[in-house]
Every structure is written in C-alpha cells, then in structure tokens.
Design a binder for this molecule. Sequence first.
Ligand SMILES: [Zn+2]
Length: 375
Amino acid sequence: MRFLLAFSFIASIGSMRGQAIAIDSHIDTLQWVLNDNRDLAQRAKTGHVDFPRLREGQVNAPFFALWVPTYYKGAEAVRRSLDLRDAMQRVLEAYPDQIELALNASDVERITKTGKIAAILTVEGGHQIDDDLAVLRVYYRLGIRSMTITHFRNHNWADSSTDKPAHNGLTDFGKQVIREMNRLGMIVDISHVSDKTFYDVLAVTSKPVIASHSSCRAISDVPRNMTDDMLRALAKNGGVVGINFGEGFLNPKDAELLKATVNAISYHEPDLTGHALDEYSKKQFFEDASKPRPSVGTIDDAVAHIDHAVKVMGIDHVGIGSDFDGISSPPKGLENISKMTSLRAALRKKGYSEQDVRKISGENTLRVLREVTGK
Ligand SMILES: [Zn+2]
C-alpha cells in the first residue's frame, strides 16, 4: 500500500514534468492553511485546491493570495500578512520536493520543468502596507510579487469598487505606491478597485498590470467585474484579466446575491486586536465555508466570459484567476481546480487552438510577470 502510494505520487510528479505552464492568478488556499492547519499534500474533502487537485487540473503556477480582511486595521493588517507569509513558508519547507517559491518568470519555467508547483505570492489589499512604503519593500523582500490595490473597502489611499468613493480614485500617496511597485518589480493588481482608481492606476503605471480575479461586466453587471472599455484599456496597457469563477461574477442570475454578500462582508468591524481578532476571523472563515451560497453558474458561463474578453481584448490579454478557496459556490463543472482540464477541453471544443489555450492557461500572465520582474 505504502509502495503504491509512493509510486502514484512519483508518477503524478512525473506527469507534471514538461507540462505547459498553467497559472491561476488568484487562489485563497492559504486561508485553509492558516485557519485549519491544512496539509496541502493531502486531498481535502472541502475547499478547492491542494497539491493532488492542482496536479489533476494541470495547474502548476498558482498565485497564492495573502488575503487580510479589511477589518484588520493598521499594524494589525501587517501582523496578519506576516502570519500568512509564515503559513506559506511552512508549506514550502514541508514539501520542498513538491513546491517552490517563484520570484520571477524564469523561476516559474525552471520550477515547473522539474514537475514541481511554482508558488507566486501576492498580498490582497493595499491596507496591508499600513500606508508605509517600507512595509511594501519588506513584502517584496519576503518574495511577494504582486499586490491587489484594494479589497472590498476603501483605505487611506485608494477607492474600492464596493464602497462609496472617498478619494476620487488614487490619492497622491497611492500614485507613489504604484511607482514604487513598478520600481521594485511587483505586479499591480487592479481587481477590487473602483473604476476611477483603475483609470488612475493606468495613467501612472509604467508596467503592465493585471486584474487577477475579475470577469466581464457586459455579461454580469457587478462592480467587481470590468466594463468593455476597461478591458480595452487593460489590453492597451499590455495587461491581463484573470477570469473569476465566483458566484455572481459569471452568471447575472447570481449577481444580486453577490452584491448583497459584499455589502454584508467587512462592514462589521469588531473592536478587537491580536489573538482575539484572529479568533474572530477564524470563526468568520468557518461560518462562510460551512454555508455555501446558492449559485446557478456553470462551466459554460466561464467559457462565455473568456470568449467575451478575448473578443474585446485579443487573445494575448486573457487568463484565469479562479478565486478558488475564496468563493463560496464554484460553477457546475468547475467545482475545484482539478476541473481545469475540463475548461481547457471546453475551449478547444469552442474552436480555440492549442496555442490559444496555452496563452489563456498561463502564457499571457507569465509574460506580464516577466515584464514586471525583469526576468
Ligand atoms: Zn478578492
């Protein structure tokens, strides 16, 4: 039995070798590691991502988000970011034969060639730097290569798509943050920002940016999705949109529910710090995970968004940002990351060439990572 297990593991690592690079530009799996001490080498019954399912779905370069809820304020948000970075380190150190930290596109190529998973790290929310460029620089030194400018709420230097405008986009300090990210070689991620913040970012950035996990507003009209005009501007910038599979992002029938959920999330700001705040956050996490919200989205909806984005932006600007482990009800047919092979099959069936599928699956986002990090 033990021999068989070891054999099947080696066989599956072998099957990842020489595989095309497949990026998912947003997964929230670290929440399971931090809150549930999850062992990613084991196939879990809940959640959407672990090593076995990454291998089955032939996804070998996920962006692990270090997401900190916006009710973590100031230095508390920095502390929580470090807790998540530590959780990631524990995963990297437990399984050096299966996963390795990637700091640039060349690393992704080198690591995936050996059959291992290349982990790209991101922070999700500009509040996590506590208005301090030095914190941003330390994140870079800790191997973090992208930052989502906001989460569900505004912070001191940028407006979110799901809050009332407070700064009319990016403040002057916000513009400094973008320039510093360009200088360091960190990908600016404009998912979650308000439309005005998006255009302000594009006016300032000297490098391509990504929308790591957003979909098309023309199909599902929610503020987290991008209008066709925004998609065209992103393509002009050389950037990439990673299509989000979350309920409401894909199927307009779920959109109202998504809006209501976003309104409920993060508005409650408990007056807690330290361990008590972490316990509160953990409780919220398990409550959300135990009650999946109803959803009618399917794999066909995901294909429709990819197809729409390709029509508007061209084939070189569309990728995948599933939001797995951060969404409640994945689409039917795309229940977890192991089903990514079904999505690729559906794209081929729709007439996409093998080269097109490779671009959408990873090569487009890899190009941005290379342009931003310089290697
Ligand atoms: Zn998000």
